[in-house]
Design a protein around this ligand. Structure first.
Ligand SMILES: Nc1ncnc2c1ncn2[C@@H]1O[C@H](COP(=O)(O)OP(=O)(O)OP(=O)(O)O)[C@@H](O)[C@H]1O
Ligand SMILES: [Mg+2]
Length: 444
């Protein structure tokens, strides 16, 4: 804690300086108001301890200056005996506290200690708030992402079931949190279930709950997740992993809005909104008979597709800036590294990008995130971009050509007619280039 001490009476200034230093504070003593303001412009302080009557500028003027320019500094005014009025004025103007002369050492140190405690709580709160808001912030500005956000805003306040489809790491969980926050159920629970992690036997007691003695090992009653989500939202992650017999049970709950605990006789009404997420195309699973169509239509009232990161490279600079702020504010990235990040295909999507940034920050010697810090999977790309890497210009061009064709094929779901149109080349040319680059037709 650093204190600027402004007192024109020499003896008092020296004795206060001593007291404060002994108590462990860093002190900058000063005898003149105008000088104090120029010091405030150059150095950082946590607390200003100032007399009211001073040469140069008086204590009230200093207080006003601080309130206007550096409001985070706490100000304690020292007033002469009998001038309580000016102390009250100072408090009205925003001073944190005041001391009437003569005051004891203890009184001063006690006031400083309570300011110190308050400031550290304040700081913790700000840090916590920043962390919270950073971890729930959804970043993206590309058209496909903005469309999705628009859909979220429109449908979150309804009670419709939502099916979210997106590859791993695209931000599905973040989206579910946002939907719940924007819904009328935001003051109720958001309960999450990972269908991939539950065995068939666990599923029933976890979701429906059980009565004491319902089965061997059921030593006490257990309230299931359906009941815990009552009034709120139930998020079922990896819904495609739900075995067929359990799909039937889930369907019944959705249709009848009631459950029975395992081993229980009572029927318990529940009011839940279901949001399900899947990494695979659930419609295809349904067509193959691996997912019940009646359940699919119940879950898929609103469909949201979260775009893969490689299909929205324009969002990468925004995400990079966001992750740097979240994990290592003050770092920055070179343009060459940004190019590499934007060109990469990111099979693990935003999660993989975030991890890459975390890793680079951890390894960085200074503030700059340079190419050599890139994860190994991206290094190859960097070598390739380096003119002294031995790559010929032709090799570089075919690399880019392949990447662009592949990305166009993805965007057009591997439909060659659309892809050729998008790239503005004849279909025969597209076909021969696909053959040259080993791009196998993935259209089903
Ligand atoms: N648009 C985004 N803005 C900011 N952070 C994001 C965004 N998308 C994803 N993230 C971050 O990436 C990480 C992975 O996101 P999340 O867990 O939501 O992905 P997921 O789609 O649920 O993945 P999985 O299918 O593997 O469970 C999280 O740390 C999340 O905060
Ligand atoms: Mg997830």
């Amino acid at each position: 804690m650093k204190i600027l001490l402004i007192e024109d009476e020499k003896i008092l200034r020296i004795s206060l300086n001593k007291t404060l230093q002994k108590a462990g504070y860093a002190v900058c003593p000063c005898s003149d108001g105008a000088k104090a303001i120029s010091i405030l412009d150059q150095e950082n302080f946590d607390i200003v301890l100032t007399d009211i009557r001073l040469p140069g500028k008086d204590g009230i003027q200093i207080l006003k200056y601080i309130q206007h320019h550096i409001p985070k500094i706490k100000v304690i005014m020292m007033t002469a005996f009998g001038s309580v009025e000016s102390a009250v004025d100072a408090l009205k103007l925003g001073a944190t506290d005041y001391l009437t002369k003569p005051f004891s050492q203890e009184e001063l140190l006690h006031k400083l200690a309570s300011i110190r405690d308050f400031q550290s709580i304040e700081k913790e709160n700000v840090e916590l708030k920043n962390k919270l808001s950073l971890s729930t912030k959804i970043i993206g500005n590309s058209p496909s992402f903005l469309n999705l956000i628009e859909k979220i805003k429109l449908t979150a306040p309804t009670n419709h079931a939502i099916l979210i489809e997106g590859e791993s790491g695209t931000g599905k969980e973040l989206i579910i949190d946002l939907i719940h926050q924007l819904s009328d159920r935001s003051d109720q629970a958001l309960v999450k279930v990972n269908c991939a992690a539950l065995s068939e036997s666990l599923f029933e007691s976890e979701l429906f709950g059980h009565e004491k003695g319902a089965f061997t090992g059921a030593l006490k009653q257990n309230i299931g997740r359906f009941e815990r989500a009552d009034g709120g939202t139930l998020f079922m992650d990896d819904i495609d992993d739900l075995p067929l017999p359990l799909q039937v049970k889930l369907l019944r709950v959705i249709q009848e809005n009631e459950i029975e605990r395992v081993g229980g006789e009572k029927t318990i009404p529940i009011d839940i909104r279901i949001i399900a997420a899947t990494k695979v195309n659930l419609q295809k699973k349904m067509e193959k008979g691996e997912f019940r169509d009646d359940l699919f239509y119940r879950l898929n009232v609103v469909h949201m597709a979260v775009p893969a990161l490689r299909n929205r490279p324009d969002d990468i600079p925004l995400l990079v800036a966001h992750f740097i702020e979240k994990h290592g504010a003050g770092h920055h990235i070179t343009p060459a590294v940004m190019n590499v990040l934007q060109d990469f295909r990111w099979p693990g999507n935003v999660r993989e990008l975030e991890n890459a940034i975390i890793q680079m920050i951890a390894l960085a010697q200074g503030d700059t995130l340079v190419a050599s810090l890139l994860p190994r999977t991206l290094q190859q790309r960097k070598d390739f971009l380096n003119p002294s890497s031995g790559e010929s210009l032709n090799q570089a061009l075919s690399y880019s050509e392949k990447a662009m064709i592949e990305s166009a094929l993805e965007k057009c779901r591997w439909r060659q007619v659309d892809t050729a149109k998008m790239l503005n080349i004849p279909r025969t040319t597209l076909r021969s280039k696909m053959k040259k680059y080993g791009l196998v037709d993935k259209q089903v």
